[in-house]
Structure formats: structure tokens, C-alpha cells
Design a protein around this ligand. Sequence first.
Ligand code: DX5
Ligand code: ZN
Length: 223
Amino acid sequence: QQKIKIAPSILSADFARLGAEVQAITAAGADYVHVDVMDGHFVPNLTIGPMVVKALRPHSTLPFDVHLMIAPVDAFAQEFAAAGADIITFHPEAGPHPHRTVQLIKSLGKKAGVSLNPATPLSVLDHLLPEIDLVLVMSVNPGFGGQKYIASATDKLRELRRRIDDVSSRQGGRPIDLEVDGGINEETARIAIAAGADVLVAGTATFTGGPDAYAGNIARLRG
Ligand code: DX5
Ligand code: ZN
């Protein structure tokens, strides 16, 4: 098992002090900065656009893991890339041509991720896995932080771990992250890691107790 990465979701940070919050998680040992982008259309909430990503970019040296919950995707991929995203993840339901979206993200020099909602079958990845850098398994329905982990995500992670290892080994060990998002706490982190996840998104569990608690919160999730 490779090293577990922690990706705090800034959706649960103090939005009035976002720059300082991003600095705090960077100092606290986070591995990625997870940015949840919502459009009030693909999901029932509105959050962060490319201008905010650009404003946050100087506050951390960590990769920005930008989770697009927007439809359509292609019109904004370039803007998030230019704003400083390193990984751009989208939902295949957001447009008719997910393979084209992957090609677009890669043509911008960024890592491409595909996210599966709780009811999205693994088969959407059949012809995408060899092309992408990350699979994001939603363990809640996207739209809000602070929801409860949906147990069916665990089987999905286990099956994906097998498929990813298979594709990766056929591609000379090319790394493909298996990321889980939603309802991650110390208990569900153990479950997701055992099932094969190697990147844990954590909003509520990271941003609790004030900035002095973040390092401990992150370390406990890593196990
Ligand atoms: C949900 C987002 C998640 C969410 C995680 O749509 O994609 O990243 O903020 O929040 P917690 O960790 O609080 O479940
Ligand atoms: Zn997310």
C-alpha cells in the first residue's frame, strides 16, 4: 500500500479567511488542496469559481485538486487550468463526451480525474481508465459537506482498486489515484483505506477545532 494522501476540502473552511485556511492546512501536512466547485445546476449549491482559485494559488505550494460539479465542463476547464488547478476532476454525467473532456484537460497540461456519484456504475470508466490520473469515488451525493458516508462506496473502492492496479501495471506502473470524497472521519477513513483508497478528501474532519487542531486532525485520518 502506498502512502495515504489527505486532501482537505476547503468547502468546510472559513470562507471569510480562505487564504489563511489554505496556508494552515499546508503547514498542517495536507497533501492536496481539494476545491469543490458547484454551479447550482449540476448540484444544488453554489461555491467557488476560477477567480477564487486564482486568488488562493499563491497561498500554497500543494497541488490544487479541483473537483468540478458543474455542467457543462469543457467551457470552464481552460479557466480553472489558467487559475492554477493541477488536477481537474469532472463527473461524466456533466456532458455528452467525457473522453473529449479528458483529452481537453490533458491538452492543458493538467491531470485529469473522473468522479463517480453514488449511483454511477464503474462501467463509465471502461474506456477512460487508461487515460486518466485519478478516480474520485463519491461516498455522499455531491453538493454539501457534512453528510454521512454511504456504505456502498466501500465495494466500489475495492473493485476499483483491482481495476486500477490492473491498468496501472499494464502501463508500466503509471500512477492513478483512488480518491474518496464525503463523510470521511477517523472511522470511515479506516474502512476506505482498507478497501484501497489512497487519497482521502476530508472537509468537516479537517476543519474542526480551529487552525491549531488541523495537523492532528490530518494525522489521525492518515492513520
Ligand atoms: C461534496 C464535496 C465534498 C465535501 C466533503 O459535494 O465534494 O468534498 O465537501 O465534505 P465532508 O468531508 O464534510 O463530508
Ligand atoms: Zn469534493
